[in-house]
Every structure is written in C-alpha cells, then in structure tokens.
Design a protein around this ligand. Structure first.
Ligand SMILES: [Fe+2]
Ligand SMILES: [Fe+2]
Length: 224
C-alpha cells in the first residue's frame, strides 16, 4: 500500500493556495482538508486497491459534511457580479430575492433554502434547471419541495404571456395535469409569490449572509 502522510508538502501547498491568483504548477498537489489526513499516492484509478478506497472512505464523510454547503454557496456566488441578459437583476440576485421574500413571509428554513437555490442552474443548465436544483437538494429536503423544484418551470408557464411562439394552451396550462396533486398549491404559490416577482431591482439589498447558516443547517439536517 502506498499511503503515507506528506505533512511538509501539505503545509507548503496550503500556504500557497491562500494566495489568490497563484497559478498551480505541475507537480503541486492539492492540500488536504485536515492536516492529519493522508493521500492515496497513485495517479490512475486502475491502480487503486481496497486499502486506498478505505482511506478515501474514511475521509470522505467529514469532507462532504463540511464542503457540500460551502461549495453549494460558492456555486451560487460564482454568478454574483455577472451581467444580466435583459432582466433588471441577474440570476444570483433573483435567487437571493426569492429567499428574502420567503423569509419575509416567515417560511421555514427548508423553503427559504429551496428558494435560494431554485435557479442555481438557470444559466448553466437552462432546459433542466428545475431538475438540477431538485437533484442537488433531494437528500436534504421534503418531497414537497423536491416536487416543486422539478415542476416549477411548467408551473411558471401560465405567467409567461406572449412568450416566444408558445401559444399552445396545452403548453401554457400543462400544470393542470396535477390540479389534484397535494403539492399543486405550494408550487403555484411559490411561482406567483416568490419567483415571478423576484426580478425587481427595488427589492434588492438582502445580504446572502443571512441565509448562509440556513444552508448549513439544511444540508446537515438540523434546520428549523
Ligand atoms: Fe426557474
Ligand atoms: Fe426563478
């Protein structure tokens, strides 16, 4: 087994990575999250054997618990200052505004975080961004909110007047297929009260920091 600690190396790279804009050189290793963790010193998965997988598994759970909420927030924040393609506010601001409106109406943390992340894939995965968010949040939120995310694009259609060439009433009213579904009302409400109105520059200004502890709690299963 070729699994050893590289404390000096880890320390060196850790310091290096704290310097922004530092270009990683060939031969540099990523720092480990914890100073007492170990690397699998192999560079082809074909060569990994049981002890290597065991090592990775032993470090993975702690890594994910800490990094999933952090990296999800980083994913959203990556578009903080990007330009808009025509809306008065960009997609990041739309997401924060949706969360702010849910918060203002005293929804629970799960609903607020669902709102914060409902369009996190809107630009990078436009055709399936509801499923993108649903898959991201599925392990941590209720079936009701997963269902809402998966169907929110269809439920939005009745509000998209004269949208493109989509004048087909079957397309516009497709949500009626689920008229008796237990999550119909919440999904319709979410769209009407917290999604289609969250494109307003006059409502901007809620800092995302308010929602960050909620993201941490939802992803750790400790939300209120
Ligand atoms: Fe959306
Ligand atoms: Fe949206």
């Amino acid at each position: 087994m070729h699994v050893t600690m590289k404390p000096l190396h880890t320390e060196k790279i850790g310091i290096m990575n704290n310097k922004k804009n530092q270009v990683r050189k060939a031969g540099d290793w990523s720092p480990l999250l914890k100073s007492d963790w170990k690397y699998v010193e192999k560079f082809n998965l074909d060569e990994f054997r049981e002890p290597d997988w065991a090592l990775l598994n032993s470090q993975r759970a702690e890594y994910l618990a800490e990094q999933i909420p952090e990296q999800v927030l980083a994913l959203l924040k990556a578009s903080k200052d990007v330009p808009s393609f025509g809306y008065a506010i960009n997609n990041y601001e739309h997401c924060v505004q949706t969360a702010a409106l849910l918060h203002q109406d005293n929804h629970d943390e799960e609903a607020i975080v669902t709102g914060l992340l409902h369009d996190v894939g809107f630009v990078v995965c436009p055709e399936n961004h509801g499923r993108f968010a649903a898959d991201l949040l599925r392990p941590y939120i209720s079936e009701k909110n997963v269902w809402m995310l998966e169907h929110h694009e269809i439920f939005q259609r009745i509000h998209l007047h004269e949208f493109s060439n989509k004048s087909d009433p079957n397309w516009i009213n497709e949500r009626d297929r689920w008229r008796d579904h237990p999550f119909f009302e919440w999904t319709a409400d979410f769209i009407e009260k917290y999604d289609i109105v969250a494109v307003n520059p006059n409502l901007a200004g809620t800092p995302i920091e308010i929602f960050e502890p909620m993201v941490q709690r939802v992803f750790s299963g400790t939300s209120k």
